[in-house]
Design a protein around this ligand. Sequence first.
Ligand code: ADP
Ligand code: MG
Length: 593
Amino acid sequence: MDIRRYGLLAFTVIMVAVPFLPVPDYWITKLNYVGLFGLVALGLVLLTGIGGLTSFGQAAFAGLGAYASAYLSVKLGLSPWLGLLAGLAVTVAVALVLGWVTLRMSGHYLPLATICWSLALFYTMGNLDALGKYDGLLGVPAIQFFGISLQEERRIYLLIWLVAIAAAIAITRLLDSRPGRIMRALDVHRGGGKTMPEAMGASTFRHKLLMFVIAAILASISGWLFAHMQRSVNPSPFGIKFGIEYLFMAVLGGVGHVWGAFTGAALVKLAEDQLQTWLPALLGTSGSYEIIVFGVVLVLVLKFAPNGLWPSIERLLPARRRRAIPADAPEPLPARDKPTAGSVLLEVKDARRTFGGLVAVNGVGFTLRAGEIFGLIGPNGAGKSTTFNLVSGVLPLTSGEVWLRGERVDGKGAREIARRGLSRTFQHVKLVPDMTVLENVALGTYLRTGSGTLAAMLRTDRAEEARALAEAERQLRRVGLGDHLHELAGNLALGPQRLVEIARALASDPALLLLDEPAAGLRHREKQALAEVLRQLKAEGLSLLLVEHDMDFVMNLTDRILVMEFGTPLLEGTPAEIQASEKVRAAYLGTEH
Ligand code: ADP
Ligand code: MG
């Protein structure tokens, strides 16, 4: 067993033992708050730290959970457990609607929307007679747990920490799974985004929405526990101030690290108390001076430890052991029917694409047959990448058609085209830098696997995961990177990174592989290694569309070549024919200096 698991087990045992030990009530109360706040911050670790989506509205989701259960138990006398279910239902519904509206928009819309949502809910809670306006609801009953009343702080403590630890484990598991890998590839602030996951066949919108809903659920459960611990609710703990405080905790503890959420919650809750005692005494006047200190601390953390404090704590812990690859190879993932050699695989007909007034691609057409390497070359700005994006579904065509394996695919979008067997790499490498090489390549198996979020949290996905990782390993060995499985992708040089991208594309079991300038920026030796890999792939029967600027690189590699210039086809032929052409030489000399 991983030594870290012993650590987690020990932590759990200690946390469970605490209320049975002569720990003063003061500390039990504190720890209850740390658990409750940590639970909300945990949602932000997922949403903000992993997904790069900032929300100020988590306190409002906690409010939904709290008020729903408080209302039902106070006014209708229902069990808090029914209240929990009702709260979760309302939370999920609201999160889906909010997420649906805002998550498609880019940049600052989500944070702004969560601020609005937070303010709206706060004033709604404060103004509804049924919810007791700003006084809230009193007389909220305690939770009954198998006949035991969790009225005492030491009792609800157990429920809070069991939920908190279970949630932390569930999120840790989620991040190490099929949907988790997609989630980790989304953050635009860490080189992620939309294009790569979509090219792997995953809906980025769905995964963002999922993260948003999970974060809302965690907040809602925290709110429910809070309401029944306090035995009353009022709007103030669910306002925007707390929304900001949760974000502060997540950032301070280490946004992006599961246990950072609890580290942050603990530090803030403990420091808050001390500061509230000491600062007014020191300054001689009363006031919420701790807020100023927190503001300063936040600026310092962002400047000097942007990953928060958890990474420093984690360094003191024993290293995580990488998951061993099982000795007896699991059953391979399902493979697709391969096109017969020589059959038409890809057909581009009279493709045209304009950007405003600029005609980037015009009248481009070619046919690629199964088993060949087709080269698309041309000087910079010739329209190669645009053509590549038209074929792979990243850009819609202005006019023209693209056929893949006898089906018309233009207008279908990158995910659908990936599903039909087209896989690609990127001119500007798109790997998840803080994920291992193996995990990055496993991203490519997305369409060949099916485990979802719940399976990941419950670990019922392990058999399939083993198959996905075995496939990733096989593809890495295929491109000669078998010795780098557990390195972080961000630590590799550009040459090996390009090969990782090829392995990731291969992991989807493609019928056709598209490579966008795979040799760009590589050193001579790296280019040779790459050419060797591509030759071997062709020998294994794979079909390749190679978009390249480097003439020498494609000459010895391709069966046929289309030369483009100013967005139009200049000449199509064998490498020898292309090499002999005056027109092509002139085109290259004309634009290159
Ligand atoms: P290549 O890959 O052959 O170097 P590109 O396909 O990237 O060429 O570009 C072809 C032309 O289209 C260039 O003039 C480029 O500036 C223009 N272009 C490409 N993408 C866009 C875009 N998203 N918006 C506007 N112009 C673009
Ligand atoms: Mg290009």
